[in-house]
Design a protein around this ligand. Structure first.
Ligand code: ADP
Ligand code: MG
Length: 681
């Protein structure tokens, strides 16, 4: 008896060759197979081990492509289908049952059964319900949450049958389903297949065991890649029209709206999505897909805690170093700016120099300074002589920087007197031997007295009277510690301490405002060149100094940033490494997912999600740790300035790193040949 209607599967002259590349000899495993199978048939393909049965089944199930010949499925030439259409076929038309069960080891029985529906886009609740119903029907109702390694072989095989039925399983491809089972479990499985056949499913059973094969309604014998015999016609065939739904499995199908009830086993004439599937596809939103990928990714991360932890560490270190280094760089920059800003950007510095045209050093005389002082652009002109000099009080004796300058010194340096007073211009003119102490110098020479005012200090060989103590200034970015100095009037200094000095070491000047600095500089230059007849002096300004300083700080920041970026990249390479390993470890799982209908982009998305998830978690942890490290640094007195943009940037970089370095392994996974993935370790 022959089925009415067009055949479901038509193979013509199918050949499959392996090798032939890289010098390996080409082997032909299938030598021109012609085979026609109608919907609702129960066919056994029997043959010895190595005869090419699995190869044939992989071709039938669209996991592999033939080297030659044609395969028409429901009237469509399979060679013309793209990978998505093939995935659709595997998902909606076929259900695979393998000798080695091929369950995903990390997922529970119920989750394994749900995998095909996942890729079909069935909503989660319905998925779980249907999986539970199928497993219950197959006698595993109490094993939903057990992992494959907690189940016996027979139970695992029943789980894989449930999985094959999840999306309807109109065509069940079973490759030695009883091969790994004891005889009793084997009989159970065969019983199930028979029931499914009775219910109208098309069953293609592969076995090396003639006794097992005999239970099918048609037996095709294959030897060395060729069909030896085919009992087609000899065995009565069931069209699946009147058979009662013996298994109840199809009751489940019907309950869920699938269309392959017992009476409509042949109802897959076209590749159109039927309304149920169309609904599933619509329900399959990006959000659901991402949620599902994230769930799987999270499980993967949990299962490989140590490895995940190490990868995370790489990312965290990268992010922390970016954040902290940038914060330190910015902190240092702001500090310099502040310190220099406190001194004022209207500051100018001048000292005599040998002229560039040659000749002796110039001399900045009192008269020169007076002339400069009278320029309208100038506010202060402060000649300074300063050198380490021996200062003594009683038996205490120390080399101290003695700073001889005008009475405007506190104003110029934005500094105040804490105790007593500063000397006046009149006292300066009168060569008065007065001294004002820096905070530290005061403590050094007068540790025990409440007030050093009125006491005498011997500076060089001359006695000076203490009239004041400066406020504490704190560490400066400059070379000298101002708190450790003593301050004397300029003229008295020249007369009593620095007798050899004919002119100031340098002159500190302040323009009337910061925007007049360059005008002031030009005016001074013009004036002094007129007076000296040549340019025998140098003028610098604070703005330029600040800029130079900022430049160095900035290059430091850039360098720190680079170092940090490098560590981030190293973290990214760590992600890539782990992902590549994961792909290797999970080729089998990828094969299973592909065999149950995952498209390339499903696999790609899953692995990308895992990579991004690692970096998301790592990035977030990195930002948190960065803040913590920063807080510790602040407590330790290191100036750090956090920037939100640096944090966001580092976080974004981490995630981008995950995307970039995760892509390659994910693509590798997506492009795995399903047969290689399934059979590979
Ligand atoms: P069966 O399932 O009947 O035991 P297979 O279809 O697995 O046989 O294999 C048939 C033949 O094809 C064997 O000789 C095997 O060595 C060969 N074969 C299978 N896969 C490959 C491959 N990827 N590369 C080379 N030879 C292969
Ligand atoms: Mg085999």
């Amino acid at each position: 008896m022959v089925n009415a209607g067009p055949p479901l599967i038509v193979l013509e002259g199918i050949r499959r060759r392996y090798g032939g590349m890289g010098g390996q000899p080409e082997v032909e495993v299938l030598h021109g197979i012609d085979l026609t199978i109608h919907a609702g048939e129960f066919v056994a393909i029997v043959g010895q081990s190595g005869s090419g049965k699995s190869t044939l089944m992989h071709l039938l199930g669209c996991l592999d492509r033939a080297s030659a010949g044609s395969y028409h499925f429901a009237g469509h030439d399979v060679a013309e289908l793209d990978s998505d259409a093939l995935a659709w076929l595997r998902r909606e038309a076929f259900g695979f049952v393998f000798q080695g069960y091929h369950l995903i080891a990390t997922e529970s029985a119920s989750e394994n059964v749900q995998v095909p529906a996942l890729y079909a886009g069935l909503p989660e609740a319905q998925r779980a319900e249907r999986a539970a119903a199928l497993l219950a029907r197959l006698g595993l109702g109490d094993k939903l949450d057990l992992r494959p390694n907690q189940l016996s072989g027979g139970q695992q095989q029943r789980v894989s049958i449930a999985r094959a039925l999840m999306n309807g399983g109109r065509i069940i491809l079973a490759d030695e389903p009883t091969g790994a089972l004891d005889s009793r479990s084997g009989e159970q499985v065969m019983g199930l297949l028979r029931e499914l056949a009775d219910a109208g499913h098309t069953i293609i059973l592969i076995t090396h065991d003639h006794q097992v094969a005999a239970q099918a309604r048609r037996v095709v014998e294959i030897r060395d890649g060729s069909i030896l015999s085919d009992s087609a016609g000899a065995v009565p065939m069931v069209a699946g029209d009147t058979t009662p739904d013996a298994t109840g499995v199809n009751g489940v199908n019907r309950a869920n709206g699938a269309t392959n009830g017992g009476g409509t086993a042949g109802a897959l004439p076209s590749l159109q999505l039927d309304p149920v599937q169309a609904r599933h596809a619509a329900a399959r939103t990006l959000w659901n897909e991402l949620g599902e990928s994230a769930r799987t990714a999270w499980r993967g991360m949990r299962l490989n805690r140590v490895r995940t932890g190490l990868t995370l560490l790489g990312i965290v270190i990268g992010v922390v170093s970016v954040i902290v280094m940038l914060a330190i760089g910015e902190g240092a920059r702001r500090q310099v700016l502040e310190r220099m800003g406190a001194m004022g950007t209207a500051m100018l510095y001048m000292s005599s120099m040998p002229p560039q045209t040659g000749g002796p050093n110039g001399d900045l005389t009192e008269a020169d300074l007076q002339a400069v002082r009278e320029l309208p652009e100038m506010r202060y002109v402060l000649p300074v002589i300063g050198d380490p000099t021996t200062v003594r009080h009683g038996r205490v004796d120390k080399q101290v920087y003695v700073f001889a300058s005008g009475e405007e010194m506190p104003a110029v340096h934005h500094w105040s007197v804490a105790q007593g007073r500063f000397y006046t211009e009149a006292e300066d003119r009168a060569l008065a031997p007065l001294v004002v102490l820096g905070h530290k110098a005061s403590r050094h020479f007068f540790p025990d007295v409440p007030s050093p005012l009125g006491r005498q200090l011997l500076i060089g060989a001359s006695p000076f009277e203490v009239i004041g103590v400066m406020a504490e200034r704190g560490a400066d970015s400059g070379v000298q510690d101002y708190d450790d100095m003593v301050f004397i009037p300029y003229r008295a200094g020249r007369a009593r301490v620095y007798q050899a000095q004919t002119q100031p070491d340098y002159v500190v000047m302040q323009a009337v405002s910061a925007d007049k600095v360059y005008e002031a500089e030009a005016a001074i230059r013009k004036l002094l060149v007129a007076r000296h007849g040549r340019e025998d002096f140098g003028i610098g300004n604070a703005a330029a100094r600040i800029q130079a300083e900022m430049q160095t700080r900035r290059s430091m920041s850039v360098m720190l940033g680079l170092i940090a970026a490098v560590s981030l990249v190293v973290g990214g390479i760590g992600v890539m490494n782990v992902m590549l390993m994961t792909v290797k470890e999970r080729t089998r799982e990828i094969g299973i997912r592909v065999a149950t209908g995952a498209r390339q982009r499903d696999i790609l998305r899953q692995f990308m999600t895992e990579a991004v998830m690692v970096t998301l978690v790592g990035g977030a942890a990195g930002v948190a740790c960065g803040l913590l490290v920063g807080a510790v640094l602040i407590l330790a007195g290191v100036p750090v300035v956090f920037s939100i943009s640096a944090m966001l940037g580092a976080f974004a970089c981490a995630v981008a790193t995950g995307l970039v370095f995760g892509y390659m392994p994910a693509r590798t996974a997506a492009r795995l040949d399903p047969v290689v993935a399934l059979t590979g370790e």
